[in-house]
Design a protein around this ligand. Structure first.
Ligand code: GLU
Length: 309
């Protein structure tokens, strides 16, 4: 995918330089106490092309918690375990202007799978005989999709969020009260938080992005790992709902289906081309990495990655 490797690398390096101008802006997330303990100046960029070539820069081996990017994998799993109709009669498909952990979009249906209410609902659709089996299935799925043995479970992050997650707990009970699911609200919440606590690095996330960019087919063997329907649904939801309440603006300015997480990672997917993961923990008010969103905007322009033009 590097038609002119040296030239492309120079453009990427220049884009990184331009994006680091924003590194004084934003704040590391602290509503999950353990998230505040990261190094705010960490920075990683990984790009994995559909032909398997990689570009890596900075702290690309650094493990961080996947947070909301796990919502992408949860949606893939739910679509694997249920029909499309079964999923979207529980969760809507629309962007929301409310915060990612707002109770407001829940009426009789959560706004979309990429905010907390939607992802907690999606967690209730994952099949398994008990919580451990359900979690092990999604954990194994992340290992398989990233083709990596470096995926881990970050116990401290999990404990820290479980101890302080009153808002998500409220969402889970509220969803249950609305009969959106009938499972135990604590167990559904637990599965959701466990998934947010998975440890991963930027390159392994970019691998998952490359798989989606490749239509769900393994980059080497061409074997289908994610169904075409799931790829279509996941990417369209990333485009419309993946960047919290800035999703429309981001799509307009950047034109790359992306999913953001409050640990400071953003995963972008350019269909037919590449998966991109930026990690930089300082966030704007919506919860998007400041350097991350700016770097994606610059890369989109400089490498001609906008899916619309
Ligand atoms: N674990 C986080 C929460 O539920 C994830 C939020 C996010 O990354 O958007 O609050």
């Amino acid at each position: 995918m590097f038609t002119n490797k040296e030239k492309t690398i120079k453009i990427i390096e220049k884009s990184i330089e331009k994006s680091l101008v924003y590194s004084n802006e934003g704040e590391v997330a602290s509503y999950i106490p353990e998230l505040a303990n990261v190094n705010p100046t960490d920075f990683a960029l990984s790009i994995v092309y559909v032909d398997g070539q990689e570009y890596k820069f900075g702290d690309y081996n650094k493990i961080f918690s996947i947070q909301s990017i796990s919502k992408v994998i949860l949606l893939i799993m739910a679509l694997n375990d249920n029909s499309i109709n079964e999923v979207f009669e529980k969760v809507d498909t629309e962007p929301t202007k409310y915060k990612f952990n707002s109770l407001i979009p829940i009426d009789n249906i959560a706004a979309n799978p990429f905010i907390n209410a939607g992802a907690i609902t999606i967690s209730s659709l994952i099949k398994g005989k008990d919580l451990n089996e359900k979690f092990n299935r999604t954990f194994d799925k992340i290992k398989k999709l990233s083709n990596s043995d470096k995926i881990s479970f970050l116990e401290e992050i999990y404990k820290s969020e479980m101890d302080t997650t009153d808002v998500n707990r409220s969402i889970s009970y509220y969803l249950r009260s609305k009969k959106i699911f009938s499972l135990d609200a604590e167990e559904v919440l637990d599965l959701y938080i466990r998934n947010c606590s998975i440890g991963i690095n930027s390159t392994d996330l970019a691998h998952i992005g490359a798989l989606l960019a490749n239509g769900g087919k393994d980059l080497e063997s061409g074997v289908e790992i994610i169904s075409k329907d799931s790829v279509r649904i996941v990417l369209s939801q990333m485009a419309s709902c993946g960047m919290y309440e800035e999703s429309g603006r981001f799509l307009l300015e950047v034109g790359i289906p992306s999913k953001s997480g409050v640990s400071g990672a953003i995963l972008g997917v350019v269909p037919g081309k590449c998966g991109i993961c930026v990690y930089s923990p300082k966030l704007d008010k919506s919860g998007n990495s400041v350097v991350g969103k700016n770097l994606l905007k610059i890369l989109s322009n400089d490498l001609d990655l906008n899916i619309f033009v």
